[in-house]
Design a binder for this molecule. Structure first.
Ligand SMILES: Nc1nc2c(c(=O)[nH]1)N=C([C@H](O)[C@H](O)COP(=O)(O)OP(=O)(O)OP(=O)(O)O)CN2
Ligand SMILES: [Zn+2]
Length: 152
């Protein structure tokens, strides 16, 4: 009996979806005095906070399934992003409404890490590739997990 034909090599692709959410926050570290906070964070330490219309781009990487033609069904990704980003963060005061930020400064870096951790719980293992957060059009953070291998 001849061996079955060799399977063609899998093709890998990256799939992205974006959304935006609105939230307010104050940059303030519990490890610093009021004076130190003001010096470090300036206007962003305003006691009554300030707001942003954040934009988030989530990228998932994986093999294109030969049957579905998909890396991930974007309808599923949309649902995961709704649960992991919109529900906890949209129209919230990040520091007061989101327990994670009670002791973690709500910088865009930490917002990206929060989103990464929340999404990773929902996605198939090792498929989350990149979380990019635009705090403003000018202020942008990329988080790709704790990278142990060179960038692919
Ligand atoms: N490393 C980081 N630095 C700062 C962050 C951050 O998340 N990570 N965040 C802020 C503030 O939240 C602030 O809202 C940003 O202020 P600013 O730079 O002034 O933002 P704009 O782009 O809107 O200001 P322009 O003056 O229009 O350029 C500060 N630092
Ligand atoms: Zn801000």
């Amino acid at each position: 009996m001849p061996p079955p034909p060799a399977r063609p090599p899998g093709r890998t692709a990256r799939v992205s979806r974006c959304l935006s959410f609105s939230a307010c926050h104050r940059l303030h570290s519990k490890s610093l005095s009021d004076e130190e906070n003001l010096k470090l964070f300036g206007k962003c330490n305003n006691p009554n906070g300030h707001g942003h219309n954040y934009k988030v781009v989530v990228t998932v990487r994986g093999e294109i399934d030969p049957t579905s033609g998909m890396v991930i069904n974007l309808t599923d990704l949309k649902e995961y992003m709704q649960e992991a980003i919109m529900e906890p963060l949209d129209h919230k005061n990040l520091d007061k409404d989101v327990a994670y930020f009670a002791d973690v400064v709500s910088t865009t870096e930490n917002v990206a890490v929060y989103i990464w951790e929340n999404l990773q719980k929902r996605l198939p293992a090792r498929t989350l590739y990149k979380v990019k957060v635009y705090e403003t059009d000018q202020n942008i953070v990329v988080y790709k997990g704790e990278e142990t291998t060179p960038e692919k």
